[in-house]
Design a protein around this ligand. Sequence first.
Ligand code: 5GP
Ligand code: ZN
Length: 117
Amino acid sequence: MNDKVDDCIFCQIVAGDIPSRTVYEDDTVLAFLDANPLARGHTLVIPKAHHERVGDMPGDVAEAVFAAVNDLTPAVEAAVDAPASTVAFNNGEAAGQEVPHAHCHIVPRFDDDGGRP
Ligand code: 5GP
Ligand code: ZN
């Protein structure tokens, strides 16, 4: 278990030091609405413990995160009546990862919404 990293925005959200709109929570995983959504319902799914990248999470943590993504994706789509979604990790800075705490984006997608997020 990696301890809270004080200057990590997502660790501060897990700790309740920065407010967020919780979508789902269990002992291992937190899902919350993205503050700058690419589409209505844009949700982030993160391990509560600080792990920087996919591949850094221990297997049980990765299982819990992916299980939550699996369960939440259809629920997020249904909540905003989206026919599809982009489900993605930006993994590393060169890939666009700005927050160095692993997170999966669930971005609802709509017909003719202008291409990939
Ligand atoms: P990345 O570019 O690292 O894959 O995505 C980081 C995401 O975190 C962005 O979509 C950004 O809008 C979101 N984000 C950054 N800071 C905050 C915050 O303080 N609260 C919430 N809810 N989302 C945030
Ligand atoms: Zn963190």
